[in-house]
Design a protein around this ligand. Structure first.
Ligand code: WT7
Length: 687
C-alpha cells in the first residue's frame, strides 16, 4: 500500500506521453481572402490593450446607444460588458441585413428526406417571419420583456425564427435539445419558470417521422410536479395542415401556430432596445452529473463575441455559404448557426437529420448542391463519416475553404482524414476549444496567421489569455510536458453571466478554486477555472485532455484517456476508441480499451493485439491495455460524446448510472453480456 501511495502524483501533474505533431500550413488561396490576414491584429489584442481591444468586436454591431464602460468589474466575478450600451439582437441579425441585401438567403434549410425541397429563407422573408412570431408571442401569449419561453424544437427554421422573435421582444429563450426527453424538458421549464412551451408535432430522423409532441405532455406534467404551470403550448406542424403526433391537442392549452397565426400575418413589432447586460438566453449545460446548469448569456457581450469570433475564426464573409452541422439545441448552434453568422449577414445552412441518412455521402451531396464554402462539425461526426464512408467525399464536387472541429479532442489520425479527404487538402482547419459557459471560442488558431497542429486547439484566441494551473495555483510552464487545469486569466465578452437562479454555484464551480482574494475588484485575482485538463507545448499551443477526471492513473503514471484513444485509432481497422480505468491489484489501475471497427472489418484476436501494440509503441508499456474489447458501437450521449462512465461501470462490474439519456441505450446490455461473460471466464469477475 505504502509503495502504491508513493507513486501517486497530484492531479495537475499528469505525465504526458503524447507525441508532438508537425505544423500544417494554411493554403495560400485561403490566406488571400481571409478576414484576418494582417498580423497587426495580434498586436491590437495583446494584453496591454485589454479590455478596450474588444471594442473591435462590439463595433461589428449596430448599437441604439453606445456604451460608456467597456468592462465593469465592480461585482466580481459577475462581469458586465459594454455597460451603458443598448441594442437589440434581432435587429442586428435580421433588420439591418434585410435593409441592404433583402434577397440574399439568411437560412437554407435542408429537410432530411432527400425528395423534399430545400427551403431558402431570404433576409427579407426572415424579417417577416420573425416579426409575425414576435407579434404572436406578445399578442396571443402575453409574454413580456424579461419573461422566459422554453422551446423544445428540432432542426427546423421555426427554431431560429422563434429565437429571434424572443430576442426582438427582450424575452429570454431557453431551447432544450429536441432529442431530450419530455421529463428533461420539463425540469428545464421549471428551472427557468417558463409559462410558454414551443414545440413541433414531429420531425424526421433516420428516415422516420418521429412523434415529438408527446414529449410536450410529459414536459408539462414534470414542470407541474416541480411547481411550474405551463399556460400555453404552441405547436408547429412539420407538414402544413397535417398533424403527425398521436398525442391529442389539449383544449385551451395547446395551439397550432399556423392557425393562431391568422391574426398576426404581416404584423410588425418594433425591436425592444435592451441594455447590453440584459440576458439574451439560457442554455442548459449537457453535464453528465448533477443538476443541469442554466447558463445565462448576455445580449451585448455575447453578440459582440460571437460576431467577432465568427468573423476572424470562422472567416465568415456575407457571400459565403456556411454550414455548421451542429444542433441548435447546443451552444454551438446558438453561437455558430444562428447569432454569429446572422450578425455578419451571411447564409447559414441548417440540416434536419442525421448526417449518414440515407448514406454516408449525404453531407457531401448537400455541400456540392448548395456550394458550401465553410463546414463546421464535431469529431464524433467526423469519426462516424470516416467509419462508414471513408472515400465518399472524393465522389462529390464541392470545395471547402474552411473547416471547424469542436466539442472534444480530435485524434491526429482522424484530423488528417478530415484535412486530406473531407477538405481535399484545400481547406484550413480550426480546432476550437470552448464550453457552453463560454459563449464562443477560447482556444483556436487564427486560420490565416497561425499554423494548424493536429490534435491541438492552438493558443488562446484574441483577447483571451489562458494559463494552466496546478492544484496549488502555480503556473504549469509551457513545454514542461506536464498537464494541469486549464484556466483563463481574464474575463471576455462571451462569458456567461451566472447560473440561472444559482449564483453561488456559479462562483463555487468556476471561480472559487483559484480566486486569490475574495474582496478584490481586480479581474487579475479571479481566473476562470474551466474544469478541463490540458498541456501546453513550448510554442504556446494547448492540447485539451478533456474534463480533469478523464485521466487514468497506472502505477503513478497519469495517462490522458485521449492520448490512449489516439494511439488506438492509428490502427487502420479502428473507427472509434474509448479508454477506461479498471481496478488492478498490482498497478492500482489498469487501462481497458473499447473499440469499434470500420464497417466490413471482422473482429479478430490479431486486431486486438495490434491495438495493444500500438498503445505500447506510442505511449509506453505502462499504458498497454489489460483488455481490448471490440464492440459494435460505443454508448454515446445525444451530443455524440462517448459515455466512458457506462463502459467503466461494465468493466468494473459496477453501476453504469442513468442511461436513459443515451442516444443508443440498447448497446449497453449487449456490451455488458459480452465483456462480463469473458471476464468471468478468466476469473476476473467479482468474487
Ligand atoms: C467540453 C465542453 C464547445 C461547444 C460544444 C461543447 C470539450 C470542446 C473541444 C476541443 C478538446 C473540447 C471540453 C469542454 N471540448 N471543444 N476543440 N478540443 N476538447 O460544449 O457540451 O459545454 O462541452 O467539451 O472538455 O470542457 P459543452
Amino acid at each position: 500500500m505504502a509503495a502504491e501511495r508513493e507513486t501517486e502524483v497530484p492531479e495537475a501533474q499528469i505525465a504526458v506521453h503524447w507525441r508532438e505533431e508537425a505544423y500544417v500550413y494554411p493554403p495560400a488561396k485561403f490566406i488571400g481572402q481571409a478576414n484576418a490576414s494582417d498580423p497587426a491584429i495580434l498586436e491590437r489584442f495583446r494584453e496591454e490593450r485589454f479590455p478596450e481591444c474588444f471594442k473591435e468586436y462590439a463595433d461589428l454591431l449596430s448599437w441604439d446607444k453606445y456604451w460608456h464602460t467597456t468592462l465593469d468589474t465592480s461585482n466580481p466575478p459577475f462581469w458586465k460588458w459594454f455597460v451603458g450600451g443598448r441594442l437589440n439582437a434581432s435587429y442586428n441579425c435580421v433588420d439591418r441585413h434585410a435593409a441592404v441585401r433583402p434577397n440574399q438567403a439568411a437560412l437554407i434549410w435542408v429537410p432530411e428526406p432527400e425528395e423534399e425541397r430545400t427551403e431558402s429563407i431570404t433576409y427579407q422573408e426572415l424579417y417577416r417571419r420573425v416579426n409575425e412570431f414576435a407579434a404572436l408571442l406578445k399578442g396571443f401569449c402575453g409574454v413580456e420583456t424579461g419573461d422566459r419561453v422554453t422551446f423544445h424544437l428540432p432542426m427546423v427554421p421555426e427554431l431560429p425564427v422563434a429565437m429571434l422573435a424572443c430576442a426582438r421582444l427582450g424575452v429570454i429563450h431557453s431551447q432544450v435539445f429536441g432529442g431530450f426527453s419530455g421529463a428533461a424538458c420539463g425540469g428545464r421549464i421549471a428551472d427557468s419558470q417558463s409559462k410558454v412551451l414551443v414545440t413541433m408535432d414531429g420531425y424526421y430522423r433516420n428516415g422516420q417521422l418521429v412523434d415529438h409532441k408527446v414529449k410536450a405532455d410529459e414536459a408539462v406534467a414534470r414542470a407541474r410536479e416541480e411547481g411550474v404551470e405551463v399556460e400555453k403550448v404552441l405547436v408547429f406542424r412539420r407538414h402544413q395542415g397535417q398533424y403527425a403526433s398521436a398525442s391529442p391537442m389539449v383544449e385551451g392549452r395547446d395551439f397550432f401556430v399556423d392557425e393562431v397565426m391568422a391574426d398576426f400575418r404581416d404584423k410588425l413589432v418594433e425591436p425592444v432596445s435592451m441594455p447590453s447586460e440584459a440576458p439574451l438566453f439560457i442554455m442548459y449545460s449537457s453535464g453528465t452529473t448533477g443538476r443541469p446548469k442554466g447558463c445565462q448569456h448576455s445580449t451585448g457581450g455575447y453578440l459582440s463575441y460571437v460576431a467577432g469570433t465568427s468573423k476572424f475564426y470562422q472567416d465568415i464573409h456575407p457571400e459565403d455559404t456556411y454550414w455548421c452541422a451542429a444542433d441548435i439545441g447546443w451552444i454551438t448552434g446558438h453561437s455558430y448557426i444562428v447569432y454569429g453568422p446572422l450578425a455578419l449577414g451571411t447564409t447559414s445552412v441548417m440540416y434536419e437529420g442525421v448526417p449518414t441518412y440515407p448514406d454516408a455521402g449525404r453531407p457531401w451531396r448537400i455541400a456540392e448542391r448548395l456550394g458550401v464554402t465553410t463546414f463546421h462539425t464535431a469529431p464524433t461526426t467526423i469519426r462516424m463519416l470516416r467509419k462508414v464512408g471513408p472515400d465518399e467525399p472524393r465522389k462529390y464536387d464541392y470545395h471547402f475553404k474552411h473547416m471547424t472541429t469542436v466539442g472534444e479532442p480530435i485524434e491526429p489520425e482522424v484530423w488528417r482524414w478530415y484535412h486530406d479527404v473531407v477538405g481535399k487538402g484545400e481547406a484550413v482547419i480550426v480546432d476550437t476549444w470552448w464550453q457552453t459557459e463560454n459563449g464562443g471560442f477560447l482556444g483556436s488558431t487564427l486560420p490565416a496567421l497561425q499554423p494548424m497542429k493536429p490534435g491541438s486547439c492552438g493558443p488562446g484566441v484574441l483577447g483571451v489569455y489562458p494559463v494552466i494551473l496546478d492544484e496549488e495555483g502555480k503556473e504549469v510552464e509551457a513545454g514542461s510536458g506536464r498537464a494541469g487545469n486549464m484556466c483563463i486569466r481574464n474575463p471576455w465578452p462571451g462569458i456567461f453571466q451566472t447560473i440561472w437562479g444559482d449564483p453561488d454555484r456559479f462562483v463555487r464551480t468556476y471561480y472559487e478554486k483559484y480566486c486569490r482574494d475574495k474582496d478584490s475588484k481586480d479581474w487579475h485575482d479571479w481566473p476562470y477555472f474551466s474544469n478541463d485538463g490540458a498541456t501546453q507545448a513550448a510554442d504556446g499551443y494547448f492540447r485539451i485532455l478533456g474534463r480533469v477526471d478523464d485521466v487514468i492513473n497506472v502505477s503513478g503514471h497519469r495517462l490522458g484517456t485521449k492520448e490512449l484513444e489516439s494511439a488506438a485509432v492509428t490502427v487502420e481497422e479502428v473507427a472509434e476508441a474509448a479508454a477506461i480505468p479498471v481496478a488492478d491489484e498490482l498497478r492500482g489501475r489498469a487501462v481497458e480499451m473499447y473499440v469499434a471497427l470500420k464497417p466490413g472489418v471482422t473482429p479478430s484476436k490479431e486486431i486486438e493485439d495490434k491495438i495493444a501494440l500500438a498503445i505500447q509503441t506510442e505511449i509506453g508499456a505502462v499504458a498497454r491495455p489489460k483488455h481490448v474489447w471490440i464492440v459494435p458501437d460505443m454508448p454515446k450521449t445525444r451530443s455524440g460524446k462517448i459515455m466512458r462512465r457506462v463502459i467503466a461501470g461494465i468493466s468494473n462490474f459496477g453501476d453504469v448510472g442513468d442511461i436513459t439519456t443515451l442516444a443508443n441505450p440498447e448497446v449497453v446490455d449487449e456490451i455488458r453480456e459480452k465483456v462480463q461473460a469473458e471476464k468471468r471466464a478468466i476469473g476476473e469477475g467479482p468474487s
